[in-house]
Design a protein around this ligand. Sequence first.
Ligand code: COA
Ligand code: AMP
Length: 637
Amino acid sequence: MGYRDVYTESIQDREAFWRKQAEKLDWFQPPSEILSKDERGFYRWFRGGQLNVAHLALDAHVDGGRGDQTAIIYDSPVTATQKRFTYRELRDEVARAAGMLRGLGVDKGDRVIIYMPMIPEAIISMLACARLGAIHSVVFGGFSPNELAIRINDAQPKALLTASCGIEFERVIPYKPLVDEALRRADHSPDNTVIVQRPQAAAELQPGRDHDWNDLMAGAQAVDPVPVDATDPLYILYTSGTTGKPKGVVRDSGGYAVALNFSMETIYDLHPGEVFWTASDVGWVVGHSYIVYAPLIRGCTSVVYEGKPVRTPDAGAFWRVISEHKAKAFFTAPTAFRAVKKEDPEAKHLEKYDISCLKNVFVAGERLDPPTYEWLSSTLKRPVVDHWWQTETGWAIVANPMGIEPHPVKSGSASLPVPGYDIRVLNDNGQELPAGQQGNLAVQLPLPPGCLPTLWNDDARFKKSYLERFSGFYDTSDGGFIDEEGYVFIMGRVDDVINIAGHRLSTGEMEEVIGGHAAVAECAVVGIHDELKGELPVAFVVLKDGVDIAPEQLEKELVQAVRNEIGAIAAMRQVAVVSKLPKTRSGKILRKTIRSLSQEDPEKVPTPSTIDDPGSLDVIVEAMQERGIGQYDGNDG
Ligand code: COA
Ligand code: AMP
């Protein structure tokens, strides 16, 4: 069947379509209903079904004869180590880690926070939770203690699993002080903390609360997978919304397993026994889905990489790992390739490696800008597949269906709707727009399996954030258009979420931190285009009357505050002090206009009809020129 037939069936006969996909998995009990609505009126997939995702990812393969195949390859240039786990070895480690957790009182439905760098124990921890039916919540290592505390308070974990340190290029970052600080700040306190002691940094353990991973594992009993309902949560993954409180995206077990297995075949063209490398981090959705769950459910080998695109040791790192582990498909964020291109524009490092194993390259997490696409496809001479998705969906919404029927690429487009997603472009009043017209990208309900059923402990926010704006649709908060041939073009967020080096962050949250400074009366943080990271946050700040502080000093303090409260990944480095901010007559700050001023010729940026004081635009332009922000950096100032 070609793409068009598969897609049509997925929309016109959803239940039959997804039943067939579900039958490919080893359920303990097959679902009694394929699609239904729960008591809250939310769509649910595969009710009545019982399964265990760790069983699908491990035991089912061992039982099916793949026990000796490599499940994961840990490749860590920052520690100069490599380690392989066969499916049997990984199953046994996970079974013992599940026993360790059970010994700490963790049971089905309990939450466990995982705050770890890219080490095998991170994957083992996730799968151990899945094995017990416990709900993991992985927190990216680049987040600050404050962010960790927010997640601890919301998820109320029974246990917290961490490591003594992470390693950023050559820099060792001790995690334990960050965890201790988070636990001091949090109102909720997990009963136990388990620490993987790494040779690069020893963590001091607090007796009674902190345990050494190896000590506990040595005495742990292996446990069998616990059957869970298809609709039971597998994990919570927090992601940035528009406020200071992150959204706890819930992922249920059955729909996710079915969707991921389907995606491996149809989008990534990957089959059991083949090698998939996703260079991301288990702290992000891409890592959850395509470092851990999808490759293992599919019976592939997954590369777990603790390194960077560059300087570990050089800009040939990607090519080395692809050739050494014979990856058939490689997936990362465009920003990572921009980093490689910057250091090695002629891709000289590539000459040293045989990457003939590589069939397709996939990118997501941010827009694939045409220059990066051109560079990549002419350098690698193989398909470079942009695909669009969100933490909320867990897998791609728009992609080129490489495993069904590869389509010609259109630069700037992520290609076609993935089977299961009925995508429409709506104007602000919810009316559907014709081909070619830009508007809000929305997905007609129901969403396919794998997408979020709700937000953790917050059905009201789930409805408000995603379902209320356009009745009958999921609001993606991305803008874009669909062309005459059905190709979808994603033009970026229409809310206050920005994308910094493939990391999703909230400008609203940064504004809350900056607004908390004693000298600040009000502020606006906007994402300004950056050659390497895609976007960088810049703060425009109005001081309180009578405050006397040097702008350089204020900038230093605010940059540090954002680093402390959110994390280094927020990468906020520039603060411009201004006398006023452009606002509407009702007092709403015109952030979009500020951003346009940084990107376009200010003479041509139209003055919004609702603006209260047009002179405020000149104030911003002057500040940008003075600080070299946006188009004014370099010679223009
Ligand atoms: N733990 C602790 N700190 C971290 C971290 C982690 N896991 N990840 C990043 N940081 C820190 C960095 O050390 C840096 O700190 P600094 O300001 O003290 O130097 C800061 O956060 C910003 O990091 P980053 O934005 O990653 O910039 P970089 O210059 O270190 O690296 C790239 C640039 C492009 C190499 C890197 O961003 C990258 O590989 N991005 C790919 C992102 C990705 O995979 N996204 C997943 C979606 S698919
Ligand atoms: P995250 O939840 O971190 O995966 O971020 C999701 C957001 O990243 C989306 O809402 C988009 O704004 C952006 N994004 C992800 N993939 C793409 C893509 N392929 N093209 C354009 N934007 C993307």
